[in-house]
Ligand binder design. Structure first.
Ligand SMILES: Cc1ncc(COP(=O)(O)O)c(C=O)c1O
Length: 374
């Protein structure tokens, strides 16, 4: 029940265990062609979408190296650990980074972005997480895209815990680049990242001076146009991706997104009944962060849930370690998984602080979860 890697469907496991095929074969090329035809619709774009054999961070690196020139001014909107890391990555490639850092648990506001863009007209790039997984914060990407569009800056969005899980139509909102990761809403193991660039970004790609090789998107595009990937393709993962994309097509992306939303709602309501506050003031549908109450050791809470109840959730990272717990809402999660999680959370809290976490509270939390799931 973590915000990634998520539980994967049984069929994905079966596809991943099929005999290995070579990637330069007509059979695999047909799979790749179908996948690359379907993938852009998840981004909401008419531009091509690409697959990198890398974790999500590779996709974030690809976004940067393809549009950045050393010395470029970059505005980095930071709502947690992953925003901070992307800013450092930009600096590693020679960007001059200005940071807007929010209070923990708060989303960046469009006013903050507007003010920063007005103060300095030299920004070439704006970086933002759609969902900052470390704090479960949802940022107002649509509004940020609208103000960024009025400037020369390109908006690059880390959609690793967003793409596919909630609506973020790239073309309609005017986003210049979105990055996704396989271990989130795509219900696959970790190992692929997905990326697409706007027409405006493609102009920049042609003139950007950053050194690039593995992630050179111009070469990847050329290879894809010829029916191949630039380097060896992760055949099993791309075959499993084809299955997931066909399921998305069959069931409709809206129904998958509604399911994510419903699981988030059920977690929030159950948390409320247990007396646990949402850490995020603008919670993401993909992950819920609950503040660990005073007198409870959050690390112990998480470990006990795993060791005693076999329910894996996440804790806080870095300075949030022990202070929050995080429950993910993406992937092949059934109602019973959600109910077991809430039950396990309640029982663990009860063992740790019985005077506060009574059986009555646990029962109410489970009932609220059940009702929300319908
Ligand atoms: C928002 C966000 N950005 C970046 C990353 C890093 O992705 P990866 O660990 O796949 O490289 C994660 C991972 O969870 C994430 O949630």
């Amino acid at each position: 029940m973590t915000p990634g890697p998520v539980p994967v469907p049984q069929k994905v496991l079966e596809i991943l265990s099929e005999p290995m095929e070579h990637h330069r074969t007509p059979e695999f090329q047909a799979v790749l062609k179908r996948v690359l035809t379907k993938l852009p619709s998840v981004f909401g774009t008419s531009q091509p979408a690409f697959i990198h054999t890398s974790t999500g961070s590779g996709g974030l690196e690809s976004a940067l190296v393809n549009v950045l020139s050393p010395g470029d001014e970059v505005l980095s909107l930071i709502t947690g650990k992953f925003g901070d890391r992307w800013a450092k990555m930009a600096e590693a490639y020679g960007a001059k980074v200005t940071r807007v850092v929010t209070e923990p648990g708060r989303a960046v506001t469009v006013e903050q972005v507007s003010a920063a863009l007005q103060k300095n007209s030299n920004f070439k790039i704006v970086l933002c997480q759609a969902c900052e997984t470390s704090s479960a914060v949802l940022n107002p990407i649509k509004e940020i895209a609208a103000v960024t569009r009025k400037t020369q800056a390109l908006l690059l969005v880390d959609g690793i815990t967003a793409l596919g899980a909630f609506p973020m139509p790239m073309d309609e909102w005017g986003i210049d680049c979105v990055v996704g990761g396989s271990q989130k809403a795509f219900m696959l193991p970790t190992g692929l990242s997905f990326i697409s660039f706007s027409a405006r970004a493609w102009e920049r790609i042609e003139t950007a001076k950053c050194p690039r090789f593995y992630f050179d998107i111009r070469k990847e595009r050329k290879a894809n146009q010829g029916g191949e990937t630039l380097f060896s393709a992760s055949v099993p993962m791309i075959k499993a991706l084809e299955y997931v994309l066909s399921e998305i097509e069959k069931n409709g992306i809206e129904s998958i997104q509604a399911r994510v939303q419903k699981l988030a709602q059920a977690t929030h309501l159950a948390g409320k009944e247990l007396g646990l506050e949402s850490f995020s003031k603008n919670p993401s549908p993909t992950v819920t962060a609950l503040t660990v109450p005073d007198g409870i050791d959050g690390v112990k809470l998480r470990n006990e849930m795993e060791n005693v109840h076999k329910v894996v959730i996440m804790g806080g990272q870095d300075e949030l370690k022990g202070k929050i717990i995080r429950i993910g809402h993406m992937g092949a999660i059934e109602n019973k998984d959600m109910l077991v999680t809430i039950q396990a959370l309640g029982e663990t809290l009860k063992r740790m602080k019985p005077e506060t976490f009574t059986q009555d509270r646990i029962d109410r939390a489970v009932a609220a979860c059940k009702k929300a799931l319908g």
